[in-house]
Design a protein around this ligand. Sequence first.
Ligand code: HEM
Length: 513
Amino acid sequence: MITLLLLGFGALSLYVYCKIKFKFAEKIPCVEPLHPIFGNGLEFAQKNSYEIFKSITRAYKDNKRIFKLCFGPIPVICPTHPDLIQKIMTEPASMDKPFVYDFMRVDHGLLTAQYDEWRVHRKALNPTFNTRILNSFIPIFTDCVSKMIANMEKHAGDEKPINMLEFTSPCTLEMICRTSLGGKVLEREGKQEFIEGLEIILHNVGLRMFNANLYPDFVYKNTRFYKAEMDARKICYAFTDKVIREKRAKFEEKLRSSVDSNNNSAVSDENGNVVFADEEDDMLSYKKPQIFVDQLLTIPNDGKPFTHEEITDHIYTMIAAGNETSATQAAHACLLLAMHPEVQERAAAEVRDLLADDVEYTHEILKQMEYLERVIKESQRLCPVAAVYGRKTIGTIQLDEYVIPKGFILLLNVFALHRQKEHWGPNADKFDPDHFLPERVKARHPYAYLPFSGGPRGCIGSRYAMMSLKIILSQILKNYRLTTDIPYEKMDFKFKVSMHLSFEHLIRLEPRA
Ligand code: HEM
């Protein structure tokens, strides 16, 4: 009897607690069907990640400003109007990340770091993506792409289509490894195990993010996925630790000898990085690629050097955030071009004119690839690889008439945002690069298009990505005409960490004369 009374009292207290804590969201429209105890959780538990995504996308269409999902009594707030999304992206109160980002285990990396640490690190890292540094990467990008084209060449003219992602993936992985860890990193012993390890880590982190049953640590730790992830991490960290330690030893040795010889050969560049006199010409004129790990060793982070752990987390964040996203986006763009021959021919003509006589890539040439840029942007609009992402409130934020308190999750669905007819017009579902004509961009809400997120916590690598995508796609278009049997109307998606096609990017390569 006493047990029953205690249970009843416990349930009543919980009910009252929830009523008070979640009162702010009572009037926010909720996705149906809503179970009185489990909220939307019960329905979602029976669906796979893509079916869940489809339900959420439908709800984004039906609710013009804001709605909520309920996991049991806990509301997750989903703003749909660009005005509200702009507020979320720009106010410090909503600049933290929800707990699922912790599954990546890179606590100090920009993507996942808590707001206070993120703010300091982002300030230190912003200059490492400046235009001159990005330009210093052009020769690396070009070299990686020429290897990709050489691999494609074996399949040129084949009746059997290739899976484009199998060619873009190694290319973007090499780009990110060479620009973050150094030129010869993928020639080192253990590189194959490192590459396979990265794949396992990303796969298992994605699996966990989209499977609520695996959220509790004690459950996940008892699965084979955890063991495989930990084994893979051990291998990957051993590989990168060696590179970072060698780089640090070299840097410290140079610093020591510059002090010993008392010749003041260490100076600072415009970003406050340490530069040695014998490298000064190359470094300051950015003739030499400004490798990310070298930058992390030399730039101050709030007056102190970055620790080994922080450097490691930043490197893994760049690899995780920049590799699969760029490879998949490049493959999506190729498929869309293969499905739209007129657009493809126009982009190919632009590339042919700009790259005549095998001219070398420069910042100027990339800037002139205006139509190709519109193609890339349109492919990011219709097939955004980062289709859903989240924020967590660390203070109160007012969204329309609702005041969202600290500690709640805000969920953004960019896939749905990019197809809202109110902002993209009646042809919102059609592939049309002219959606990005300058006059149309100017007339549109600036937060109606967010493939790289937005505001101060938006993607730090967006310009890096655009440059590398232009080099990848311009070389593919220069060499091949792309065809496919997949009709645009049949495009369908699935979720890993990012949004993928539910089938392969099957494309034929016809050599261009
Ligand atoms: C097509 C390629 C890419 C896409 C679509 C993309 C998209 C995004 C998006 C949507 C975010 C915000 C994610 C969130 O808030 O959960 C983000 C953040 C980030 N991205 Fe990218 N990204 C791309 C390429 C890159 C590249 C090449 C790099 C690095 C070289 C990079 C590094 C980062 C980092 C470090 C963050 C975290 C920024 C912060 O919180 O301060 N990304 N990216």
